[in-house]
Design a protein around this ligand. Structure first.
Ligand code: UTP
Length: 289
């Protein structure tokens, strides 16, 4: 079984739900506490042992490339001012030379198309896919749990988390045929089921491990819901010939692509922050009270 060495992070979406904040700045650079959203996601990938991150970018996204580059002037200034801690933190956050690639999705034709844009850089090996909007706050790096599960199951895996029954129509839903196991074979997948028809309340969390056979299906460029090239459509076709397992995340998932999710993420990450948590809790209490 080939190991999971590379991860794709698509960042070419327009972020229309966050206008005007995203007019000139990518939504992935909005900060949750003191780190851009995208840094939280790259941290998760690196903790999970990913060696190479492929960013699928679009117009207005150059700042993401700069963010993951070294900033020599800044490093020199920190050094000369004796800011050893800040310098070490910057170094730790920056992937090493040759550990990132950037490719362009020239038009936002959908998530499936964005993933397909990474095909030549991924080549013929299984890879991880992380949707940068979705932050997973838990004890461990969730992608690491998924890679561990992959060691047992092989094939394709999808991260899932329970959502309220009345919200299932907003998500991609998977059915694990009644299994209560953390890792379970997927019996059915359905994208945004009509209200009251969802086969379960397990929503796709934005973390995947996929076999490179997905690229062959994506290359058909078939348009799905909303006229976009949908990843789910190709996964549904792939599921006819290859196994798919769900891995349940037991922490909290925040969709930072929505305003409420973004605000909730800031509160949750600030409360969990060892330096800020205690004082922030007091502030929250007085604000809410
Ligand atoms: P979303 O639909 O949540 O992102 O796509 P969006 O289009 O940027 O947001 P809104 O709805 O306009 O506010 C999920 C992920 O897929 C990427 C996005 O960047 C996001 O990380 N994506 C989506 C692409 O890279 N390309 C696309 O064509 C579509």
């Amino acid at each position: 079984m080939k190991p999971i060495r590379k991860a794709v992070i698509p960042v070419a979406g327009l972020g229309t739900r966050f206008l005007p904040a995203t007019k000139a700045m990518p939504k992935e650079m909005l900060t949750v506490v003191d780190r851009p959203v995208i840094q939280h996601v790259v941290d998760e990938a690196r903790k999970a042992g990913i060696e190479h991150v492929v960013f699928v970018t679009g117009r207005n996204k150059n700042v993401i490339e700069d963010h993951f580059d070294r900033q020599y002037e800044l490093e020199d200034t920190l050094k000369s001012r004796g800011k050893v801690k800040e310098l070490a933190a910057l170094e730790a956050d920056t992937p090493g030379a040759g550990a990132t690639s950037f490719t362009r999705q020239q038009a936002p034709l959908g998530l499936g198309h964005a993933v397909w844009c990474a095909r030549d850089i991924i080549g013929n090996e299984p890879f991880a896919l992380l949707l940068p909007d979705m932050l997973h706050l838990g004890e461990t790096a969730f992608l690491g749990d998924m890679i561990e599960a992959y060691g047992q199951t092989g094939g394709n895996l999808i991260g899932v988390y329970p959502v309220a029954d009345e919200e299932t129509h907003q998500y991609g839903i998977v059915d694990v045929a009644g299994s209560a196991e953390k890792v379970a074979k997927i019996a059915r997948m359905v994208e945004k089921p009509a209200r009251g028809t969802a086969p379960s309340n397990l929503a796709i969390s934005g973390r995947y491990i996929l076999q490179p056979t997905i690229f062959g299906l994506l290359s058909r460029q078939e348009r799905g819901a909303g006229g976009e090239i949908q990843l789910t459509d190709s996964m549904l076709t792939l599921a006819r010939s290859e196994p798919f397992h769900a891995v349940r995340f037991d922490g909290q998932v925040y969709d930072t692509g929505s305003k409420l999710g973004f605000l909730a993420a800031n509160v949750a990450y600030a409360l969990a922050n060892p330096e800020l948590g205690k004082d922030f809790r007091m502030i929250l209490k007085s604000l809410a009270g």
